[in-house]
Design a protein around this ligand. Structure first.
Ligand SMILES: Cc1ncc(COP(=O)(O)O)c(C=O)c1O
Length: 295
């Protein structure tokens, strides 16, 4: 197949010609919001949940998306269809659009809407069997008094630098803590630990994105007999170290076991039985549900 087609404001362009203005606020200030969405076997997983979160993010930062929910939904489906993709990763970006070099948002009249459908691979395939090594980052999770972490915005610099800390330390991923030392999330993933058959994840108010994969995992986990309890609660670095199992999850990463954190081996150093069961059920689920692109 030839070049991928990218949607920009209602038109499709070959990837190499898909360009936006240098005066776009997304480029100038990271002034925008986005979503990452996956397509499994021709079906877009949790499309409406992603769109709802995008509209919530945009509303919170005063970006008025110029398309209705339904129009944007159709544009996403059309982008996947035009590219003839069955398994893909969609990046949907809404920036505040073109303005001048100042900060005044009233000068930006029309948001820029971009939809890219491509592949993404955060970790090599083999590592899903073995599990990854993580560090806790020195960079703190973003604060509600600066920018609500629930707003999936284009400012990922702190997450990018946290990820770099992990790579620089020879690990795969970084876990971000709050100022108080509570575990918040990975750089692009929600986090779960398992202790004494109890599944624990931080509540999103702790400074984490309201992860859509996290929600799906919670739904799946209620049906796993081996899990005796599921709780959303704050926990610390210590709880990570002494967990029986730990995993990260997100649209791009999917479900990835964590077997070492800050040099401490988690459980027996291999992906645990509950994590493996969750991974299995998650894989089964994503190909079953979702919005069918080719129907
Ligand atoms: C900071 C952060 N936390 C968590 C997640 C996981 O969220 P989701 O499962 O909705 O992709 C992501 C990815 O989107 C993220 O960027």
């Amino acid at each position: 197949m030839g070049e991928k087609l990218v949607y920009i404001n209602g038109e499709f362009y070959p990837a190499t010609e898909a360009k936006i203005s240098v005066f776009d606020r997304g480029f100038l200030f990271g002034d925008g919001v986005f979503e990452g969405i996956r397509v499994y076997d021709g079906k877009i997983f949790k499309l409406d949940e992603h769109l709802k979160r995008l509209y919530r993010s945009a509303h919170a930062v005063l970006i008025r998306i110029s398309l209705t929910f339904d129009e944007l939904r159709k544009a996403v489906i059309e982008t996947v269809r035009k590219n003839n993709l069955k398994d893909a990763y969609i990046r949907l970006i809404v920036s505040r659009g073109i303005g001048d070099l100042g900060l005044d948002i009233t000068k930006c009249k029309t948001p820029t809407i971009v939809i890219i459908a491509d592949d993404i691979s955060l970790f090599p395939k083999e590592i899903y069997e073995k599990g990854i090594e993580a560090i806790t980052s020195s960079i703190r999770a973003s604060y509600g008094d600066i920018l609500p972490p629930q707003v999936k915005n284009l400012n990922y610099l702190s997450h990018i630098l946290a990820k770099w800390e992990a790579i620089n330390a020879g690990a795969h991923e970084a876990i971000m803590l709050t100022r108080e030392g509570y575990v918040a999330e990975g750089t692009g993933e929600s986090i779960f630990i398992i202790r004494d058959k109890c599944l624990i994840t931080p509540p999103s108010w702790v400074r984490a994105l309201e992860g859509i994969t996290r929600e799906a995992i919670l739904e799946i986990s209620w049906k796993i007999e081996e899990i005796e309890d599921i709780i959303e609660d704050i926990f610390t670095r210590y709880d990570l170290y002494v967990a029986d199992e730990c995993f990260l999850c997100g649209t791009a990463a999917e479900v990835i076991p964590v077997v070492k954190i800050d040099g401490r081996v988690i459980g027996d150093g291999k992906p645990g039985s509950i994590t493996r069961e969750i991974m299995k059920r998650f894989r089964e689920r994503v190909v079953q549900e979702g919005v069918d692109v080719y129907k």
